[in-house]
Design a protein around this ligand. Structure first.
Ligand SMILES: Nc1nc2c(c(=O)[nH]1)N[C@H]1C(S)=C(S)[C@@H](COP(=O)(O)O)O[C@H]1N2
Ligand SMILES: [Mo]
Length: 315
């Protein structure tokens, strides 16, 4: 039935090993080029990224999603619910100056500007799968640093068991926050258990594809937790609070029967309205089969965080 159309697959949709390899090399080169180039930054000197000489990430043997997909197909409800809304409207968000307030169960609470925050921190490239709860996925080369490195600066106390993150609340610049149709109680909030936040795979990203983050991807700083559904990876963070109790998280508040606190990628626990057993991977193409979703999105090394827990109940 599909034979006629099959003949019309463009050569660009076929990725033999050789092309694949040279593409990887291209990624490396463009990264090096970006590191040497002047980068317009959020109040930081143009040479900021270059000076940090970030480490290139390990290849994961899967095709990196084209930058155009990762920067034009987004979820960032502060700017609207359509996938194209963030790319279209997020430029309205002012990201300079930007500070992050850290409070709660910490010995040294405070508010820190981005430049101070990043002083002395080595940026790394991390090539991660991003699996949205809506059953699509991408492979994105982030630039960032482990969450623990920032939290440690504020010295969490023995009472700290969870971390809460808050997105910017600025309706003048975020049309989704002004919308009368939005059922979200702004600002967007998310949370992790402290041991999850301390896992070396959990990072704050400040860049992607060798450049600083575009606004639509959560500039100037966002969370990336690759073993959890994308909604945990909260964007444009202005506040972090260490707590003794489990914080609220936006999608759980909105629809508790569909979205939990843990939200670990799990092919065996379906969303009430669709299967989570497989996903469509960007770049999308008509004849590309769906791929099987992996437990913890393929990051099995986090499993010990959940030993003894019922992951069907703690979805
Ligand atoms: N503040 C905020 N963070 C957010 C969201 C959002 O709407 N608002 N959407 C989440 C969802 S559902 C996903 S899948 C990822 C998407 O990240 P990306 O657009 O960089 O791919 O961001 C997450 N972080
Ligand atoms: Mo998502």
């Amino acid at each position: 039935m599909l034979t006629k159309k099959r003949a019309s697959i463009k050569p660009s949709e076929i990725t033999p090993e050789s092309v694949y390899r040279s593409r990887r090399r291209f990624m490396r080169t463009s990264l090096a080029a970006a590191a040497g180039a002047a980068v317009p930054a959020f109040g930081l000197p143009a040479s900021w990224l270059a000076e940090r000489g970030f480490t290139a990430g390990e290849e994961i043997g899967e095709e990196i999603t084209p930058e155009a997909d990762a920067t034009q197909y987004n979820n960032f409800y502060e700017f609207g619910t359509e996938k194209s809304d963030p790319a279209q409207y997020a430029h309205a968000m002012t990201i300079d100056p930007w500070t992050v307030k850290v409070s709660g169960e910490v010995a040294k609470p405070g508010e820190i500007g981005l430049e101070d925050m990043l002083a002395g921190i080595d940026l790394e490239e991390r090539i991660y799968r991003l699996r949205c709860v809506e059953a699509w996925s991408m492979v994105i080369p982030w630039i960032g640093f482990p969450v623990k490195k920032l939290l440690d600066k504020f010295e969490p106390t023995g009472n700290a068991k969870f971390v809460e993150f808050k997105t910017l609340l600025r309706p003048q610049e975020m049309r989704g926050q002004r919308s009368l149709f939005s059922s979200i109680d702004w600002p967007y909030v998310e949370g992790l258990r402290l041991d999850e936040a301390h896992h070396p795979l959990a990072i704050f990203a400040v860049g992607m594809y060798g450049k600083l983050l575009p606004n639509q991807n959560g500039a100037p700083i966002r969370l990336v937790v690759p073993w959890k559904y994308g909604f945990k990876s909260i964007k444009s963070i202005v506040e972090i609070r260490l707590t003794a109790r489990q914080p609220r998280n936006t999608w759980n508040v909105l629809q508790p029967s569909e979205y939990g606190f843990y939200a670990n990628v799990n092919p065996t626990v379906d969303h009430p309205r669709w299967s989570q057993a497989s996903e469509k991977r960007f770049p999308l193409s008509l004849f590309k089969p769906r791929i099987e979703t992996q437990m913890f999105n393929g990051y099995g090394e986090v499993a010990s965080l959940y030993s003894g827990m019922n992951l069907r109940r703690n979805y």
